[in-house]
Structures are given as C-alpha cells and as structure tokens.
Design a protein around this ligand. Structure first.
Ligand SMILES: Cc1ncc(COP(=O)(O)O)c(C=O)c1O
Length: 399
C-alpha cells in the first residue's frame, strides 16, 4: 500500500505572480497581534468602534425585507444617484450617476481599475510611501510598478517632486497613482500640483488614478475651508483619463462591509461592469442599502468623527513630538501619524518588538516602500481612551 500522497503527480505550477506574493508587512505584524492579550491595535486603518446603528439598521431592514437577490453589476441605481448627489454637495462637481460604479470595497475599486488599465509589459507609476496593496494589485493585474520616493523634509513630512514623477513615466507607463490625503503620510496634494499632474496625464495619454478614500479627514480649516481635501473631480472634465477611487470604510466606520465606489469617464462603465461580472458578479443589495443610509443620514456622524480625529491628531503630535528620538510633521489629513525614530533602520523588527514588549500594534514604515524605512505608522482613528492608553504604553519604548 502506498501512503497518502505517494505516487501522486505533482500539481501544475501556479501562476508565478500569485505564488510569489508576500503578505504585506502591515499584515505580518497585525497577524502577530492575534495572540497578544490586551492588545491596543493602532496598526491598521480603522478605529475601535462599530458602524453606527442608523447604517447597520438600514442594512438589517433590507435583509429582513428580502433584498437578497443579484444586483445590477455597477450598483443599485439609488446608491449611484446618492453618490452623485454626495459628490456634488461636497466638491461642487457635477458627476453624473453614469460615471459612478459601486465596488466591493476601495481595494476592489483599485483592482478593477488596474485590471482595466494595465496589461503585460506596461507599468504603473506611484510616489512612495504608499499603501502597499496598490503595488501588489498592479502586479496581479499584469503590470510592473515604478515607485518614485517622495522627498523627506527636514522639519518632518514629505514633498512630491513632480519632475521626478514625470521622468519615471517611460513608454511602458499607462497610469499614475496618486493617494491624497496619503496613507501613510497624511500628505495632501495641492491644487497647483493637481493641475500639473492632470495636464501631464492629458498630454501623455496616461490614466490618472486618484485614491481619495481619506477625502473627509482634513483637520486644518484655514487650509481646507470646504472641509474636504481637494479632489481631481473639481478640475477634470467628464471624459478626462481620470479614475477616482473611494470607499465607505473610513468616513462611516464601515471597514468590514467592503463597500467602495469609482468615478470614471462614461466610456469605462461597460468595461468595469464586465470586470465586475467576472470578479464578483456584483455587490450585496442589503449592504448597499446601508451605504445609502450612510450618505443620506450620515453627515452629523462624519463631522463628529472628523472633529474627534482632528483632536486626536493634535494629541498624538504633541505627545510624540515631545520625545527626543521622534520626529514628525503635525498630521494635517488622513488619520495616521507617520513618524521617524532615530536609530531605527529595521522598522519591521522594531514594530514586532514594540508589539511584544508593550502590546501596542503599529505598522512598520518599510511596508510603504523604501522611503518609509526608519518610520512607524500609528492610526489615530480610535476612541480617545484607546489612543491615550496606547500612547502611555509607547512612551518608554520610543524614549
Ligand atoms: C489609501 C487607501 N486606499 C484604499 C483603501 C481601501 O479601503 P477599503 O478596501 O477598506 O475600502 C485603503 C485602506 O486602508 C487605503 O488606505
């Protein structure tokens, strides 16, 4: 008798890109946190509170009402119309619902866009530090990635060198990926920079993929009087080569729902619809009912969440900046502090040590590209008590 598995032919080789994927370094530390008692999780991009009840109740009602069938691939029409209203309310930009596609998360919105735009032999150009999932998604979609490190400013913070960015766009380039407000740095692209990037993409026929997932998280009313980060939607024409990625995860505390959306030129609608058909075959109508409630009733909630994050940004800045080994810029947007720690040249090992010694989860800066080495990322989206407890535990190890 042969033992189990003996004489069995070896399975066919896997897709080398899939087989070669490594877990993100954020996830590597996050997974170590599963076994940590009294964990204070500041490593991933979410707070410690559940989705507000008015959103969950709307989804539960839709489920109880039997909204359990297949949905239109690009989202239920009421939600696409509500997104159109939301965008015109906040950005003053008329975005027809025909240009809006609901997706199964912001991550899925990124993947669908990259599947639409990239092909073997082509590349995506992205400034770093950047949320690493974008780069792996580009490789899965068949493209290469060219990263352009942002300049680290002596006073803390980062600056985008546009000439360097444009120089990286060789003949293989198909798209530029700009995340603003940035995860992890909180950097926000200026209107002038947006105009230069859009003009370059128009001139070169490149796709501009703008990730505006953190558009609500801006903390300086003098700099952002409209209460939102500047959007490419405010300066682009409907048929510009622009795709804007967005998500319900952050502003409405809906990370576990996996709901997002895209704004794109009308001509991309059918292509995205086909890609959705063959990826997920559409979203869940009862969850989309929750998204509708988020848009129609969620403004007071979003405003109080953003105000609280603004206070948290200040508290984190004051406390971290008072530590002699730590340097950082005052976080102006998104909900992360991205800080440098003197003497640290392996941020992954340091994040693991901090987790083991203090029970606080932070993301290693190297996860966001070489430009992030020597840094750690702390998410301040959680409740004040959660954050204060985390900072108390961190002080000795960062001093
Ligand atoms: C910059 C950025 N884009 C997109 C996403 C995706 O968000 P989600 O997939 O939760 O909608 C995230 C999540 O952290 C992010 O940080």
């Amino acid at each position: 008798m042969n033992g189990p598995g003996q004489d069995r032919p070896r399975p066919a080789p896997l897709n080398p890109t899939a087989a070669g994927l490594a877990p993100s370094k954020i996830v590597e530390v996050w997974q170590m946190g599963f076994d940590v008692e009294n964990l204070i999780a500041l490593f991933v991009g979410e707070g410690d509170e559940p989705t507000p009840a008015f959103i969950s109740d709307a989804a539960a009602r839709a489920l109880a009402d039997g909204r359990t069938f297949y949905t239109p691939k690009r989202g239920i029409p009421e939600l696409r119309r509500a997104l159109s209203d939301y965008l015109s309310r906040h950005f003053g930009a008329a975005v027809d619902a025909e240009r809006i596609t609901v997706t199964s998360s912001g991550m899925n919105a990124i993947m669908l866009t990259l599947q639409a735009v990239l092909a073997p032999g082509t590349s995506l150009v992205a400034p770093t530090p950047v949320w690493p999932n974008v780069l792996s998604a580009a490789e899965i979609a068949g493209g290469h990635v060219k990263t352009v490190p942002m300049t680290v400013l002596p006073e803390g913070g980062f600056k985008l060198d546009l000439d360097r960015l444009f120089d990286a766009c060789d003949e293989t380039a198909r798209a530029l990926f700009i995340v603003s407000p940035s995860n992890p740095t909180g950097w926000v692209i200026s209107r002038e920079e947006q105009e230069a990037v859009l003009a370059f993409c128009r001139r070169r026929g490149l796709w501009l993929i703008a990730d505006e997932v953190y558009h609500r998280f801006v903390f300086d009313p003098a700099r952002f009087p409209a209460g939102v980060a500047p959007s490419f939607l405010e300066i682009a024409e409907a048929d510009d080569p622009l795709v804007v990625v967005n998500s319900f995860s952050k502003a409405w505390c809906m990370t576990g729902w996996r709901q997002g959306w895209l704004v794109h030129p009308p001509a991309l609608g059918d292509i995205l619809g086909n890609l959705i058909e063959y990826n997920t075959s559409g979203g869940q109508s009862f969850l989309q009912a929750g998204c509708l409630a988020a848009l129609s009733e969620g403004e007071p909630f979003v405003e109080s969440l953003v105000a609280r994050c603004g206070q948290a940004a200040e508290m984190v800045f004051q406390q971290l900046a008072s530590l002699p080994r730590v340097s950082l810029a005052r976080p102006a947007a998104s909900f992360y502090a991205f800080f440098r720690v003197d003497g640290i040249d392996d941020s992954l090992a340091f994040a693991k040590r901090i987790l083991a010694e203090t029970g606080v989860g932070l993301a290693p800066g190297s996860a966001f590209g070489a430009a992030g080495e020597g840094h750690l990322r702390l998410c301040f989206a959680g409740s004040p008590a959660h954050l204060a407890a985390g900072l108390d535990r961190l002080r000795p190890v960062l001093s």
